[in-house]
Design a protein around this ligand. Structure first.
Ligand code: F6R
Length: 261
């Protein structure tokens, strides 16, 4: 794992979008793993801007989102399908037929989860997985006690997550209590993971996720097992990390990061 600390949340989002752009330019058929949430909005805005000025071409990309609320149809403005269309897909030239999200309104949810795993496999697996982190320590909606080898399945949401996200619903009690989510094991299969966290409210959980012991109580700690995971944070989210001198030195000196200074 590596940690990159950027001065502001804008700079952190810019770095993530530049890494994504470089990967897409190197492999136009990239299979992207995408996340939703407030943190990602800036990244999608920047990717759309790069597309508009001709720096990016999504025409051959495929994408798989991490999760979707159970019970919400894709047309529901609170669904993650709706979010993705609004924030990214409708602004770039990705073929919507190549964008996958679990169908939270499926009649047979177990079959939907299996199909999702099969679709990821059939398309060669995820090349680059973008991740946020919830205050419960979840990646995707892998709430505490998610098995570190779990696959796509239905997960009940914790009170912390319900509190975190229900503000986005006009009537907080309308927020679904369950979601379909890629498992921790599904996420760990991605060839590269990039986790973005910004803001002081993420400082505690980032310190635990990066420097704490691996535990299914905080599913993001499983990323410590991943071969190629980069955690990108702003100063506020980095505030409780212990090893920042070393992380800063690596970013400033390692050849891989020179072009991103
Ligand atoms: C959503 C997802 C979640 C969010 C996390 C952070 O697809 O996977 O893990 O990334 O809840 O959400 P924000 O960015 O709203 O703080």
């Amino acid at each position: 794992m590596e940690v990159i600390i950027q001065p502001t949340k804008e700079a952190a989002a810019m770095l993530v979008s530049r890494i994504l752009a470089k990967e897409i330019q190197a492999k136009p058929q990239l299979v992207l793993g995408l996340a939703t949430g407030r943190t990602m909005e800036a990244v999608y805005g920047l990717l759309a801007q790069m597309y508009r000025v001709g720096q990016l071409d999504f025409s051959q990309c495929k994408s798989f989102n991490l999760d979707e609320y159970v019970g919400l149809a894709p047309t529901d403005p609170h669904s993650y399908r709706y979010y993705m269309n609004e924030q990214l897909f409708s602004h770039v030239n990705i073929d919507l037929a190549n964008t996958y999200l679990p169908n939270g309104a499926a009649e047979n949810l177990d079959a939907e989860c299996e199909l999702y795993e099969e679709n990821i496999r059939k398309r060669g697996g995820i090349d680059l997985q973008l991740l946020g982190i919830g205050r419960s320590g979840h990646i995707g909606f892998n709430e505490p006690l998610s098995a570190l080898l779990s696959r796509t399945r239905v997960k009940p949401l914790t009170p912390t997550t319900i509190e975190q996200n229900s503000g986005l619903f006009e009537r907080p009690e309308h927020m679904p209590r369950r979601a379909i989510t890629m498992g921790v094991g599904t996420i760990l299969d991605a060839r590269r993971c990039i986790l973005l966290a910004t803001g002081a409210e993420k400082a505690d959980i980032i310190a635990k996720a990066v420097e704490g012991p691996i535990t299914s109580m905080i599913s993001a700690t499983a990323l410590q097992l991943h071969r190629r995971c980069t955690v990108i944070v702003d100063e506020a989210a980095a505030a409780k990390l212990q090893g920042t001198d070393y992380y800063r030195w690596v970013f400033a000196n390692e050849p891989e990061w020179q072009e991103f200074q």
